[in-house]
Design a protein around this ligand. Structure first.
Ligand code: G6P
Ligand code: MG
Length: 210
């Protein structure tokens, strides 16, 4: 494999729990309780699509002004959690894994639906590892559409079949498979049933490689 493409939220950093908390608050405004099980369906899904899903689950429809206000407020709340993050929030094994990939001359890209991806990588102090960054500002079609990963491979100058995607979301695994890439699930094999392989995290991958 010549290229590694990493999702951000829930793969490099545990921001998935912050997205969950912020969406839960929005749901509660409509008397809806977001569960961890339903939250799996929000992972990897863009801000706008996530809000639409929550409103559907809550059984409400809102004006487009209200919709925009809710999305803006969710993001402001999410960013209050993100602001407190630093390099200690990088998930275990991630930095060592990036370091190893660099030494092996493997190209590294980010493929994330988040519009906050660049500032988060900067905050974590690992942005310099990335040869290419494709995020929610660069793509029009959200995962499970393969656009984000196909664009990342192009930016790396690699063909899709030379790339491995690391993902914690069902939508992300589907997107990578549709791009014809190898998929490594980060999380639980009970959730990520479609991934080629599943690991609990990068520390486990590093242990297995030894
Ligand atoms: C990632 C997360 C989603 C989030 C999306 C957009 O894919 O897994 O939970 O909704 O990014 O993130 P943003 O930071 O732009 O709201
Ligand atoms: Mg994710």
């Amino acid at each position: 494999m010549k290229g590694y493409i990493f999702d951000l939220d829930g793969v490099i950093v545990d921001t998935a729990k912050f997205h969950f908390l912020a969406w839960k608050k929005i749901g509660e405004e409509f008397g809806f309780q977001l569960t961890h099980e339903l939250n799996e369906q929000l992972k990897g899904v863009s801000r706008v699509d996530s809000l639409q899903k929550i409103l559907n689950w809550a059984g409400v429809s809102v004006s487009s002004e209200k919709f925009d206000e809710l999305a803006t407020r969710k993001n402001a709340d999410y960013l209050t959690y993100v602001e407190k993050m630093n390099e200690n929030d990088i998930l275990p094994g991630v930095k060592a894994f990036l370091e190893k990939a660099k030494q092996e001359n493997i190209k590294i890209a980010l493929g994330s639906a988040s519009k906050n991806a660049r500032p988060i990588l900067q905050k974590l102090g690992i942005i310099s590892y990335f040869d290419a960054i494709v995020d929610g500002n660069d793509v029009t079609k959200a995962k499970p559409d393969p656009e984000v990963f196909v664009t990342a491979a192009k930016k790396l100058g690699l063909s899709n079949s030379d790339c491995v995607v690391f993902e914690d979301a069902e939508a992300g695994i589907e997107a990578a498979k549709r791009a014809g890439m190898k998929t490594i699930g980060i999380g639980s094999s009970e959730v990520l049933t479609e991934a080629d392989e599943v690991f609990s995290g990068f520390d486990e991958i590093l242990r297995m490689e030894k």
